[in-house]
Design a protein around this ligand. Structure first.
Ligand code: F6P
Length: 342
């Protein structure tokens, strides 16, 4: 019988995490489960850093970004005796089930622990990158795009005033969802995403056409675009991911466009400002629903599942489906974006 549940948030923070924790705490009350907050992702299970969660801890989290439990990119499989330590903490605290809230890395570890250690694990998918399979959208994405749209809107004022090409670099790792949605929503004149190679000459011709018409142009690029002109050495994190912002694609583009068109160009990198701020209503509600559904999954003993959004429903989706392949921008979306490159 379930009595105690631990909840952790791992990977990059994003909007919707606090709401997920809140949803889980509130729903747990309905079944008389006691929820425990595990601090800083998997690190909290390695180090035994855990504390009980009650309504008082979460009731004011309905509109706060980030995760009050803390997060890290710690991978127990990359640490000596990591899995043993995780199991020991779970036993010490008599945790009957775990909710892992995270992206492909955190849920990848959850899926492995579920399959190999037979742990009672469920997941809730988050990421501003929106690159998880098995769910139509992840919370965090909508707020990040909203932040990037605000940034692009501000850059447009300068572009228009100084007759410049303004380039905005956004995060998103190897999926171009954030750049694509921001670009479409802002009326960007060119969008670069990692999934589809940009013909630089074609882009420059288009920018010149646009410039002749309105005397400024807007370009948005995803950090994961590889122009082949970076000289930086690429570092890897514990999950083997490159730190893409080091590539500086925005600055490379600035140089390229300037050289090829002779236009005045400026670039800006939005970076981590995109992960915080006030969560959008969409992310708040999706977060709350994900937390509630994660507890429901435990109640139904549907371990190895996560709370995925499919259509309008948040339902149990196998973790395996979520982590087996990255959800990248498909041709249909890319073709829609191109309708507006005129
Ligand atoms: O995965 C979310 C994300 O924001 C990516 O878009 C970005 O590449 C990465 O995290 C940045 O990670 P960190 O916060 O560790 O610098």
């Amino acid at each position: 019988m379930i009595k105690k549940i631990g909840i952790l948030t791992g990977g990059g923070d994003c909007c919707g995490l606090n709401q997920t924790i809140r949803g889980a705490v509130y729903r747990a009350k309905d079944f008389n489960y006691q929820l425990f907050g595990i601090h800083d992702g998997w690190k909290g299970l390695l180090e035994g850093s855990i504390s009980p969660l009650n309504l008082i801890d979460v009731e004011e989290l309905v509109d706060k970004a980030g995760t009050f439990l803390g997060s890290s990119r710690t991978n127990p499989y990359k640490i000596e005796d990591g899995v043993k330590k995780v199991l020991k903490t779970i036993k010490n605290y008599s945790l009957d089930a775990i909710i892992a809230v995270g992206g492909e890395d955190t849920l990848g570890v959850a899926n492995k622990l579920f399959k190999e250690e037979n742990l009672n694990l469920v997941g809730a998918p988050k990421t501003m990158d929106n690159d998880l399979s098995g769910t139509d959208y992840t919370f965090g994405f909508d707020s990040s795009v909203t932040r990037a749209v605000e940034a692009m809107r501000a850059l447009e004022d300068t572009g228009r005033s100084h007759h410049r090409v303004m380039v905005l670099e956004v995060m998103g790792r190897h999926a171009g969802w954030v750049a694509l949605f921001t670009g479409i929503a802002c009326g960007a004149d060119w969008i670069l995403i990692p999934e589809y190679k940009t013909d630089i000459d074609e882009m420059c011709k288009q920018l010149q056409r646009v410039y002749a018409r309105k005397k400024y142009a807007l370009v948005i690029t995803s950090e994961g675009v590889d122009l082949g002109t970076s000289e930086k050495k690429e570092e890897l994190d514990q999950f083997g991911h490159m730190i893409l912002r080091e590539r500086g694609v925005g600055s490379q583009l600035n140089k390229l466009i300037c050289e090829k068109t002779g236009l005045e160009v400026r670039h800006a990198v939005i970076g981590h400002m995109q992960r915080g701020g006030i969560p959008t209503v969409f992310d708040r509600i999706l977060g709350l629903r994900s937390g509630v559904t994660a507890v429901n999954l435990i109640h139904e003993e549907k371990y190895g599942y996560m709370a995925g959004l499919q259509g309008n429903e948040v339902i149990g989706v196998p973790l395996e489906e979520a982590v087996s392949k990255l959800k990248v921008v498909d041709r249909k979306w890319w073709e829609l974006a191109q309708v507006f490159f005129k």
